[in-house]
Each structure stands twice: as C-alpha cells, then as structure tokens.
Design a protein around this ligand. Sequence first.
Ligand SMILES: Cc1ncc(COP(=O)(O)O)c(C=O)c1O
Length: 376
Amino acid sequence: MKPFDVYPLFNINPQKALNYNIWDDNNNKYIDLYGGHAVISIGHSHPYYINKINEQLNKIAFYSNSVINDLQTELAYKLGEISSMQDYNIFLCNSGAEANENALKIASFFTGKKKVISFNKAFHGRTSAAVAITDNPKIIAPINSNHDSVKVELNNIEAVEKEISKGDVCAVIIEGIQGIGGIIVPDADFLKNLKELCTKNNVLLILDEIQSGYGRSGKFFAFQYADIMPDIVTVAKGMGNGFPIGGVLIAPEYKAHYGMLGTTFGGNHLACAAAIAVLDIIKNEKLIENTNTIGSYFINELKNNFKNIQVRGLGLMIGIEFEKNISEIRRNLLFEDKIFTGVAGSNIIRLLPPLTINKNIVDIFINKLSKQISKT
Ligand SMILES: Cc1ncc(COP(=O)(O)O)c(C=O)c1O
C-alpha cells in the first residue's frame, strides 16, 4: 500500500523543527513563513507544549465522552478568558471542516431551516456541508451537491438581504479573513450589518476563524475588529499547533440537549493538553502583542519596498498580490533561499508564519523576495 496520491509534493523531507525553523533530511535549515498552512501558532516543538503532551500521555491519553474530562473544562475556561467569550459554550471536535459541519447543524437544528449563505472565494473545508458552501466546484463531488446553499459577493449587504428575505436561510457563514481566497479582510461595517440582519431574521451568523483565529490577526479573533458577537465561531488549525483539534463556540442562548452532537475523538485528553499548552503560551509569551507589532512592521516593510505590489492582511496573515504568476518566485524562495511560503490562486503569496517571528526574520524575507523579484 502507498499514500493516495492527492498532493503534489515539494521534494523536501522535514526531520525536525524548532520555533520558526525546519530542518530537512540533508540538514538544510528553512525559515517557516507558512506554519504548515496556518497551523503553527506558538512555534514548532515548543518545550512547554512538548512537556504538557508528554505528561498527559504518561497519565491518560484517551477516554470517551461518556465520562468527566476536566481538561475540557480547563480548556473551555482558558479559551473563554483569552477570547473574552466566557459566556459561550464549546463543542470539541478534530478538524476545521468538522467544526463547520457541526456549526451548520446547530444553525439548522435551532432555526428549523436549511439554506446556507456563504461568500464568493470562501473556503470552509471538505466534508459534505462544508464543501458545498465552499467556492470551488472542482472539490464538490456529486454527493455533496444536494445541500441548499447560495454564494454571494463579499461586503455586499444587499445581496445577503435579498437571499435572507426568501425566509429559508438557517445560517450565514463567513471567514474572519478569507484565507485561500487571497487574504481578503471583510469590512467591519459589513460584519456589523450582517450580524444585525441575521438577528432580525432568525438566521445564525457563523464566523469561521479556523485560519484567522487564535491571535493570527493581531486580535484573538479577526471578527473582534468589527466589535460584534457572532452566534457561532469555529476554530481549529492554530488551536493545537499541529495536534488535531477543532472547536465550535456557541452563544449562550443556544442550549444543548443530549445526543444533539457527538464524536469519538473530539476533546480527548491528549488533544486538550495540547490546546491548553497553546493557550498558556499565547498568554505567557504575549504572542498576540508580538503578532501586532511584527505584523504591522511586516506589512509596512512590504508596502514600502514593493510599490507596485498589493499587500493585504492583518497581523501575521498577509497576502502579497503580484500581476503575474508567482510559482517561480515561490520555488526559488523555497529551494534557493530556504523559505517556506504559501499561495492563494496563481498570483498571491500567502504568509502565515508562527506568531513568534521577529523583525530579523521579516528583514531576511524582504531582502530575499526583492532579489527573487528582480531575477524573474
Ligand atoms: C477558513 C477555513 N475553514 C475551514 C478549513 C478546513 O479545515 P480542515 O482542513 O482542518 O478541515 C480551512 C482549511 O484550510 C480553512 O482555511
């Protein structure tokens, strides 16, 4: 047997990693400005994180959700505290798509309706309902295509209003910052109007913070720039720093009943230990403050050094849009300069580094990027 060949691979075989660096099997050292797709929040192989997981592994790694697990309570408390959402409840699961799938179920259960509004260029995952509301027909299989959903233009409140007025909508789902769509920040006024519109019409507003959450935007959640309280927030990626865990944060008015949702692995002891360690480190090492400082420096340096290129984003979620295909620049950055970057579409470099990077790393990247741009 061999792995199902669905990923085009770079010929790099990472063997170890520390903070924002990765080493391959030839002992080449790389700078990680991609965080394995926005997953590495606190840096690779943080000793406190390793220790917490090790300690837990030596006690108990897993038991089912049929018994008390006080790590879930500790995780919920710490997440409530750092995000200022202490009155919300959390349902723990294993991935981003699963978090969105459960969020959509909750919206449908509570409203008795089933149509979902999402936005052009949205990405919400690959499970059945999550992929149906994702704006990429190539990854929607026929079996996913029966969901009742509609995509509208981002920041166009009239388009949302028109759909909601039909009376069959259970949820509007929106990314805190569109990631795969190209680092597009929704307008704060649009988010405010969206929340108002949803409340008026018995529609739940779901904020997908799977990529933009956990401090990446410079606030704990990107929607907090708009000063709104969504009905549901979904999280994953940076939550476990590589340990698979996701969560659905649910406003207090939506009450649970036994059997409404469920999972075998979600919220297991090891995953909770990893997620608690992540929150402790974000708090103790002031990583949100660092993200703000370094993110602003990064965005300003990019704007000052590359006048003809569009730079977008907040904190350490940054998109650099070129007028041409950037695959050669990215390959050269990776293989010549040993810097991992991400991509959106064919023209946008997407940066999602660990929240621990410093000005020196930014300066190295700016220098290497300008050399690669002048070469191509
Ligand atoms: C905004 C957003 N939502 C959902 C997902 C799906 O998460 P997962 O791959 O953990 O299922 C992703 C993954 O890239 C994402 O960026």
